[in-house]
Design a protein around this ligand. Structure first.
Ligand SMILES: CC(C)(COP(=O)(O)OP(=O)(O)OC[C@H]1O[C@@H](n2cnc3c(N)ncnc32)[C@H](O)[C@@H]1OP(=O)(O)O)[C@@H](O)C(=O)NCCC(=O)NCCS
Length: 227
């Protein structure tokens, strides 16, 4: 958990809330615009719940951001969230919106969806993962030799390592082809090499920090830039 006020807004939408919203068309229409509903409808059934959980968390975090930073009471349905060609979340604001679109990030797992929105001028990435045992070869795929030697062999340590890496990759806008081994979470930040280091340099090499949070059964990591 973080203390004080971190330079991002974090929101969580539990799975049961996403299920309820998905099953009630009137509730869906209150929170999603026409384009978002059409995109949701086009998804395979198994992906709809994740999509709704992540989007509801994002709209909640975005609305809190706009209210706190700009005094703007945004309607969730007018905060249109889509994805760019690389899958990164993108926000389209209504015409005349009194604020710019911030950096934000979305993640989902069995427990629900999480989203983080960065304070102005910062970048953010979030990852949520269920705390479950992971096979050794899966951990070996993302862990550097030093991290493996430290033995992340209990589910909590594995979830922490995994979410820390993935939150940093998402903050950098990197997807499947990025090397998770090139992201090493450390006590006071993250060490980056390879492709993640290049993406970080393109942002102007800001300081990167990692916070951890959680909900029942899941670990959340938030990577963000700045002091
Ligand atoms: C893209 C990726 C980060 C998504 O991770 P995931 O665990 O499958 O899914 P999550 O629920 O955490 O995140 C999905 C969200 O990530 C976001 N996302 C997708 N591509 C992204 C990118 N290139 N950059 C930032 N965010 C991205 C989207 O918002 C997506 O949700 P949506 O489609 O509902 O909008 C992941 O598939 C990936 O490519 N990881 C590469 C790094 C890796 O090997 N990680 C292993 C663990 S360290």
């Amino acid at each position: 958990m973080t203390t004080g006020r971190p330079p991002y807004r974090l929101a969580f939408c539990p799975r049961h809330e996403a299920e309820r919203t998905l099953s009630e068309p009137a509730e869906l229409r209150k929170r999603f615009g026409a384009k978002e509903l059409a995109e949701l409808e086009a998804l395979p059934e198994r992906r709809k719940l994740d999509r709704v959980a992540g989007r509801l968390a994002a709209k909640r975090a975005l609305a809190a951001h706009f209210l706190d930073e700009y005094g703007w009471e945004a309607d969730p349905a007018e905060l249109r969230v889509s994805n760019d060609d690389a899958g990164r979340p993108r926000l389209t604001l209504p015409k005349g919106a009194p604020a710019p679109a911030p950096s934000f990030s979305i993640s989902h797992c069995a427990q629900g969806g999480a989203s983080a929105v960065a304070a102005p001028g910062r970048f953010v990435g979030v990852d949520i993962e269920s705390i479950v045992p992971r096979p050794a070869d899966v951990i070996a795929f993302v862990a550097s030799p030093g991290e493996l030697a430290a033995g992340p062999d209990d589910p909590e340590a594995q979830a922490r390592l995994w979410t820390g890496k993935e939150a940093a990759l998402k903050m950098l806008g990197l997807g499947l082809d990025a090397a998770a081994r090139a992201v090493r979470p450390e006590a006071d930040g993250v060490t980056l090499t390879g492709a993640p280091a290049k993406a970080w340099a393109a942002l102007g090499s800001p300081r990167v920090r990692l916070d951890y949070d959680g909900v029942e059964g899941a670990r959340i990591a938030i990577a963000y830039t700045g002091d």
